[in-house]
Write a protein that binds this ligand. Structure first.
Ligand SMILES: [Mg+2]
Length: 231
C-alpha cells in the first residue's frame, strides 16, 4: 500500500513557480526607448541590483495598493540614484513605468501541468511568498491564480518566511493541519527552515545546476509532486 498523499501543497513563488527574466537588458532597452538614455549593460545591472536589494528589504511595506504605490516610488528613487550620468535627472513617474516594464515574470513550464494534476488528485494548493500584494496580479496574468486555493504574501500577512506565522495562515486557507501538508520552495533559509519551524514537511526544489543538497527531500521539477507521499 502506498503512503497517503499530502492533503495540501504549499508553494513558494519566485524560483518555484515563477522566474524573473533578466531585468538589466530590459531596463537598458526601456531607458533607451523612453528617454533616449544609453547606458552600458554593466551600469544597468548595477542599478537594477540596487533597486532589487532595496525592494527585498522593504517589500513588506507593500501591504495594500496605496502603500505599494509609495513603495514603488521609493524603489524608483533608489534606481534613479544608481543610474549614471543623465539618468540621475530623470522624472520619477516615467522612470517607475520603465522599472515596472523591466520586471517581467514567467511561469516555469512544469508549473501549470503540476498544479492541474494536483487539483485533479484533490490536493489543496496555497502560495506562501515573501512578496508585496502585487503577487496576486502576477499569478493572475500568468493564469495560475484559478488553479490555487489561496495566496499568502508576507506584505499582506504582516510577517515573512521563515516565520511559522505565515505558514499558519496558509494552512488555515488550505483547511489542513501542519502534518497534512508539504511546503515546496527553492531556499533553505526561508522555505525549508520556515516550513520545519511550522511543523510542515519541507520539499526543496532544486532547479538546474548546482551542488546537490542533503538532509531535505529534494525534487528537480514540480512534476515530481505527483509521486510525493506524505511525510
Ligand atoms: Mg523562492
Amino acid at each position: 500500500m502506498s503512503a497517503p498523499r499530502p492533503a495540501a501543497i504549499l508553494l513558494d513563488a519566485l524560483g518555484t513557480l515563477v522566474a524573473l527574466e533578466p531585468p538589466a537588458p530590459r531596463l537598458r532597452a526601456e531607458l533607451a526607448q523612453r528617454f533616449g538614455l544609453q547606458i552600458s549593460e554593466a551600469d544597468a545591472a548595477r542599478a537594477i541590483a540596487a533597486e532589487i536589494a532595496y525592494y527585498r528589504t522593504h517589500l513588506d511595506e507593500g501591504g495594500d495598493e496605496i502603500r505599494l504605490a509609495a513603495l514603488r516610488r521609493r524603489c524608483a528613487e533608489v534606481l534613479r540614484s544608481a543610474l549614471p550620468g543623465e539618468g540621475a535627472g530623470l522624472d520619477l513617474d516615467p522612470l517607475l513605468h520603465a522599472l515596472l516594464a523591466s520586471l517581467h515574470f514567467t511561469a516555469f513550464p512544469d508549473v501549470r501541468p503540476a498544479l492541474e494534476s494536483a487539483r485533479e488528485r484533490g490536493q489543496r494548493l496555497v502560495v506562501v511568498s515573501n512578496w508585496d500584494v502585487s503577487l496576486v496580479g502576477v499569478l493572475r496574468r500568468l493564469e495560475l491564480e484559478p488553479l490555487l486555493d489561496g495566496i499568502v504574501t508576507s506584505a499582506a500577512a504582516g510577517v515573512r518566511k521563515p516565520s511559522p506565522a505565515i505558514f499558519a495562515q496558509a494552512l488555515e486557507l488550505a483547511g489542513v493541519g501542519a502534518g497534512e501538508a508539504v511546503h515546496v520552495g527553492d531556499t533553505l533559509d526561508e522555505d525549508v527552515a520556515g516550513a520545519r519551524a511550522a511543523g510542515i514537511e519541507p520539499v526543496l526544489i532544486h532547479r538546474g545546476d548546482g551542488p546537490p543538497v542533503t538532509g531535505v527531500r529534494t525534487i528537480s521539477s514540480l512534476a515530481e509532486l505527483a509521486s510525493l507521499p506524505a511525510a
